[in-house]
Design a protein around this ligand. Structure first.
Ligand SMILES: *[C@@H]1O[C@H](CO)[C@@H](O)[C@H](O)[C@H]1NC(C)=O
Ligand SMILES: *[C@@H]1O[C@H](CO)[C@@H](O)[C@H](O)[C@H]1NC(C)=O
Ligand SMILES: *[C@@H]1O[C@H](CO)[C@@H](O)[C@H](O)[C@H]1NC(C)=O
Ligand SMILES: *[C@@H]1O[C@H](CO)[C@@H](O)[C@H](O)[C@H]1NC(C)=O
Ligand SMILES: *[C@@H]1O[C@H](CO)[C@@H](O)[C@H](O)[C@H]1NC(C)=O
Ligand SMILES: *[C@@H]1O[C@H](CO)[C@@H](O)[C@H](O)[C@H]1NC(C)=O
Ligand SMILES: *[C@@H]1O[C@H](CO)[C@@H](O)[C@H](O)[C@H]1NC(C)=O
Length: 409
């Protein structure tokens, strides 16, 4: 069981020039994905619950409330894009249906423009961008690299910045010489300091110490030099935790025979991260928070043979058929902490935006690798990946929204 989970969720960077350095995916994220077919908000439209706001003031349209509409043109790129992590390359692994590529996100009150790589480079020329978070953030970053691949190719300069095996495994620096533009993955799955027991023991059940009032230096020590910083994270908050504040145990999750989630840890981690970011002295960049990316296990949890074999997006009310446990609460916490941080950011002359993708991605049970996230010729019993997103796929929409918002501010 453990080794199977490890097998599925390990992954390497797509390019071969950093050999044999393995990503450990958030296997712990998947524990206890309980399916609640009829969630408490059944009678409300989900949009009503999730999206009561527009986010960056300069945006006149709420990009995050809308639906997926049919779109017949080819996706931006195909399975030959060299930046796709192998386990998200669904086409390469023989996913038979391609209808999941034939949808575009349509906000209710406006059009979301296509991603324009030339326009993107105009904005970022001479600048730098950091993704702070977990493998879902990395999924978004790699989508961005593929969206840019028709215009320019980056050089891997990771070894200029980090040298130990752990950092080389988890971090990444790409440099676009033509545009003097750097794009970076700063690995920080909890955003705050942790005991990193996941590095030494990939068991799903190994508890992690989380220091809720101490931001993770993986990003605090680095982001002040970046022009754009994109925070995300959430999937790793489902594992067993012991929470610390001010050096003392203040609580735990999935401990003492309890299987409950303790959302206190999630809230506090976001509070600490956003507070730290808005108060960094030298950071003058543009920051975004990407909201929780939902998973879509059906007919069982990740470790019970659950999967996600749908081939169509949900239409509005169908969303509630597949609904990850705790999603509303996670989203609400992010939203509240974002709103608080945004005020402080304003006072400190910082710009902070929300990329509120939860609702749009909730409608895409068809966008995950499922069993096409790993080599089928390997004789391993399958654990389906209903967490990450196929590339190409709906994850590219997150970057369409991202570029739109970058232009707005
Ligand atoms: C994939 O895209 C590349 C680059 O655009 C192109 O050269 C190649 O023919 C495409 N492959 C397939 C299978 O469509
Ligand atoms: C490249 O961009 C960096 C900032 O990201 C700047 O310090 C540097 O001077 C630029 N180099 C050139 C050659 O424009
Ligand atoms: C990893 O953690 C699990 C769960 O706590 C434990 O049962 C196992 O013995 C640990 N393995 C190693 C190698 O420490
Ligand atoms: C942290 O602990 C120290 C020593 O126990 C105490 O003096 C201090 O007030 C505590 N700080 C907070 C913020 O609780
Ligand atoms: C587990 O329960 C015991 C007894 O109630 C308590 O003392 C301990 O602090 C709990 N563990 C954690 C990590 O909260
Ligand atoms: C999807 O999975 C369900 C449950 O395992 C199964 O009943 C159904 O036949 C599958 N559909 C397809 C198209 O494979
Ligand atoms: C794969 O594993 C199954 C069960 O362990 C075994 O019966 C089968 O022969 C194996 N197939 C290959 C191609 O190794």
């Amino acid at each position: 069981m453990e080794s199977e989970a490890t097998e599925l969720f390990k992954s390497k960077f797509a390019l071969k020039n950093i050999p044999k350095r393995v990503f450990i995916f958030p296997i712990t994220a998947l524990i206890l994905v309980i399916l609640l077919p009829l969630f408490t908000h059944l009678n409300q439209s989900s949009s009503k619950f999730l999206f009561t706001t527009t986010v960056v003031e300069t945006t006149s349209c709420n990009l995050f409330s809308g639906k997926w509409v049919p779109y017949q043109k080819q996706p931006y790129y195909n399975e030959s894009c060299p930046f796709i992590t192998e386990k998200q390359n669904c086409l390469l692994h023989g996913r038979p249906d391609t209808d999941f590529l034939k949808w575009r996100w349509k906000p209710n009150d406006c059009e979301l423009p296509m991603f324009d790589a030339i326009q993107f480079f105009k904005l970022v020329k001479g600048k730098s961008m950091a993704f702070v978070g977990d493998s879902i953030g990395r999924n978004q970053m790699e989508s961005l690299l593929c969206l840019l691949n028709s215009v320019a190719h980056p050089e891997d300069i990771t070894t200029k910045y980090v040298s130990n095996i752990e950092d080389l495994t988890y971090f990444k620096w790409w440099f676009y010489a033509d545009y003097n533009f750097t794009i970076t993955m700063l690995w920080s799955p909890f955003l705050v300091k942790s005991s990193k027991s996941y590095i030494y023991n990939s068991s799903f059940y190994q508890p992690e110490n989380l220091y809720l009032d101490e931001p993770d230096t993986a990003w605090t020590s680095r982001i002040e030099n970046f022009d754009y910083v994109i925070f995300s994270g959430g999937q790793w908050f489902f594992r067993p935790f012991i929470f610390y504040e001010n050096g003392s145990v203040v609580g735990c999750q999935k401990c003492n025979n309890s299987i409950e989630l303790n959302f206190y840890g999630y809230k506090k981690a976001y509070q600490t991260a956003l507070k730290t970011m808005t108060n960094l002295k030298r950071f003058k960049g543009l920051a975004f928070l990407v909201t929780h990316s939902p998973n879509h296990f059906e007919n069982g949890a990740w470790n019970e043979g659950g999967g996600c074999n749908r081939t169509q997006p949900f239409i509005k009310d169908q969303e509630w058929e597949v609904h990850p446990y705790g999603l509303e609460i996670l989203h609400q916490i992010q939203f509240e902490e974002f709103s608080i941080a945004k005020k402080v950011a304003g006072e400190n002359g910082l710009r902070l935006g929300l990329i509120d993708i939860t609702d749009a991605m909730l409608m895409r049970p068809d966008g995950h690798p499922n069993k096409y996230g790993h080599a089928l010729e390997k004789n391993v019993s399958l654990i389906n990946d209903c967490v990450h997103w196929c590339m190409p796929g709906p994850v590219d929409t997150i970057n369409e929204i991202f570029l739109y918002l970058m232009r707005m501010v």
